[in-house]
Design a protein around this ligand. Structure first.
Ligand SMILES: [Zn+2]
Ligand SMILES: [Zn+2]
Length: 605
């Protein structure tokens, strides 16, 4: 892979004589695989000169992919100035983290509202498709891309790209999960360990290095790494080369030289083989498969914990295509994703299969008179409105795009012939990923009557807050570093909070309750990322306040076996809970159950 840096500055563009060598433009990196696949990492102001270069090559029908780490200004401000997006006939895919409440497209459109910019997002001349990503992996032609949530105030993804036998990882903006690591000392554990697994064995790691360890204590929580951390985690993960980037706007060229020299001196002292450099605007780096690999860290393929479409594979792809070649390509794409395929050729069978199979994606061909995709689409939409399921994506495959007719028929998107297998496969995957998932109500447990009787016998519902419970939720929130911890009791139609740390609401309906699932299954439930979980992706508590992204709940089971509620943790960012931490949460749960039994009964045991 060939890498070229077009913007290496963090936070704000900083042109001028003091930054002339390392550069003043904000984040933008060009990546090319050997076969020519073009990926642009972030679109800070560096995207402007990159766009100029691409245009000067005079390519017709340019294809490219933009991976946005997050939508902070310094990562998207160059987008409205990226010339290839304005050229009709060009084809661009833009990927970014699936946000809350608004899509990537809406977030990008925000900075191009008329108040801020004279041209709107809709006026780009190129064909542009937007993809909202969660943590997982997917493919861009010959490049395998894996994503990982970084530690930053905005929802931010790191990207790992594997192609041509090498791995390049881009992590901007990110700060250590454990502040102790900021000095380059301390043991890498927990979330930092998960992060290390993501960058493991990379041939090139492009890493946020905005601060020094000395500056960091005043910047904790700002979402950026000290250089010492970037180097330490890179060493730990067996990375071969680190490009330090996102240089602080207050650090001039001489200061970067000095910091770099001191880092290198320390590495020399320790005899470390790792190569560290500060990224320079305009610099190109060839990343080639090296013969001499570090034995304990071969460039292994990183295995994302979840495949992106995992939550959706239980559903199917429905094809209504007459062209045998296209049918073969799309079925192959679906098969590669482990998605079962159904086939239809007319409106009647389509309507029937949709009701029976509940596919997550429909692809129809419009090639009259052989097949009238538009008519089938209209028929499906008529049925779905009746069934109150209007979110099913329907993709029209055609030689030509007819937007007004498509919109009237309810077409979600278009796939224009001819296309390659890898292109179709990326599309199928992206559409299935985008397919809306619906939240699931918890079932009612079998012992519901007895359970409710036991709960009511406690005479605790609607009582005043008590310190003996509040100290447990306060402790839980502090120990696990989450904003919200609750003692939740699941009543007939509601969940009522005996103690609520971090939110003011004292109850919600049982319909939307996460805890009701725990009460039903009587087991600890961990949801690392609600948006990836079909049970919760569209839950009102996820898409609206308090915008739950992470949930961990332990059942409160009384001596008579009734499960009355949970002790639970909630965070607005995706995260995971490791084994020992689950044990700790269960310990706190046991204390909660003791308190539920009441001081008198407790004394007797
Ligand atoms: Zn930034
Ligand atoms: Zn940022």
């Amino acid at each position: 892979m060939r890498i070229q840096f077009w913007g290496t500055r963090g936070s704000i563009a900083k042109p001028g004589p003091s930054t002339a060598r390392y550069g003043g433009n904000t984040s933008c990196v060009e990546v090319r695989s050997a076969s020519g696949t073009l990926v642009v990492l972030d679109c800070g102001t560096g995207a402007h000169p990159l766009g100029q270069k691409l245009m000067s090559a005079g390519l017709k029908g340019m294809r490219g992919h933009i991976l946005i780490s997050h939508t902070h200004w310094d990562h998207i401000q160059g987008l409205p100035f990226f010339a290839p997006l304005f050229v009709p006939g060009n084809d661009w895919e833009i990927y970014g983290p699936k946000g809350l409440g608004q899509s990537l497209r809406e977030a990008l459109a925000g900075q191009m509202q008329y108040t801020y910019f004279p041209v709107t997002l809709d006026q780009f001349g190129a064909t542009i498709r937007y993809h909202d990503l969660v943590e997982g992996s997917f493919e861009i032609d010959d490049i395998k891309v894996s994503t990982h949530y970084l530690n930053h105030p905005a929802l931010t993804l790191g990207y790992r790209m594997e192609a041509d036998g090498v791995a390049v990882v881009y992590c901007c903006d990110h700060e250590p999960h454990s502040p102790i690591l900021a000095t380059g000392q301390g043991e890498i554990t927990g979330q930092d360990q998960r992060y290390a697994a993501f960058i493991d064995g990379a041939d090139l790691l492009i890493h946020d290095a905005q601060y020094t360890a000395e500056e960091y204590p005043a910047k904790v929580g700002w979402g950026h790494s000290p250089i010492e951390y970037a180097v330490k985690i890179g060493q730990h993960a067996g990375v071969k080369r680190i490009a330090l980037t996102h240089h602080d706007p207050l650090r001039d060229d001489e200061a970067i030289d000095r910091v770099l020299e001191s880092v290198r001196a320390r590495l020399r002292e320790n005899g470390s083989p790792i190569e560290v450099f500060a990224a320079v605007e305009g610099q190109t780096v060839e990343v080639e498969a090296s013969v001499a690999k570090f034995s304990e860290h071969p460039t292994g393929e990183f295995q994302a914990e979840t495949r992106i479409e995992q939550a959706f594979v239980r559903r199917s792809l429905l094809l209504g295509i007459v062209d045998p070649h296209v049918t073969a390509v799309l079925s192959e794409a679906a098969r590669a994703e482990g998605i079962p395929t159904g086939f239809v050729s007319d409106s009647d069978t389509a309507q029937k299969l949709i009701l029976e199979d509940r596919p997550s994606l429909v692809m129809l061909e419009h090639d009259v008179p052989r097949i009238d995709g538009m008519e089938i689409c209209r028929a499906i939409r008529r049925d779905l409105v009746a069934e109150d399921d209007t979110k099913l994506p329907i993709i029209m495959v055609a030689a030509r795009q007819d937007l007004p007719a498509g919109m009237a028929a309810g077409v979600t998107d278009w796939l224009i012939k001819p296309f390659t297998i890898s292109y179709a496969r990326t599309k199928v995957r992206a559409w299935i990923l985008r397919a809306a998932c619906h939240w699931m109500k918890a079932s009612v447990p079998e012992d519901e009557e007895r359970r409710l009787a036991s709960l009511h016998e406690l005479s605790i519902l609607d009582t005043e807050p008590e310190e003996r419970f509040d100290r447990i939720t306060r402790l839980a929130a502090a120990v696990f570093d989450v904003p919200i911890a609750l003692v939740s009791l699941v009543d007939k139609d509601r969940q009522w909070f005996k103690s609520c740390h971090g939110i003011s609401a004292t109850e919600t309906s049982r319909e939307v309750s996460f805890c009701a699932h725990v009460v039903c299954n009587r087991e600890t439930m961990l949801v690392s990322d609600t948006l990836q979980d079909p049970r919760f992706g569209d839950n009102p508590l996820v898409v609206n306040d308090p915008r739950i992204r992470f949930y961990a709940g332990c059942p409160l089971i009384l001596a008579d076996g009734s499960c009355v509620g949970t002790l639970c943790l909630v965070d607005t960012r995706p995260r995971s809970l490791e084994g020992p931490d689950v044990g700790l949460l269960q310990d706190l749960r046991d204390l909660t159950v003791q308190e539920l039994r009441g001081p008198d009964r407790f004394r007797g045991t």
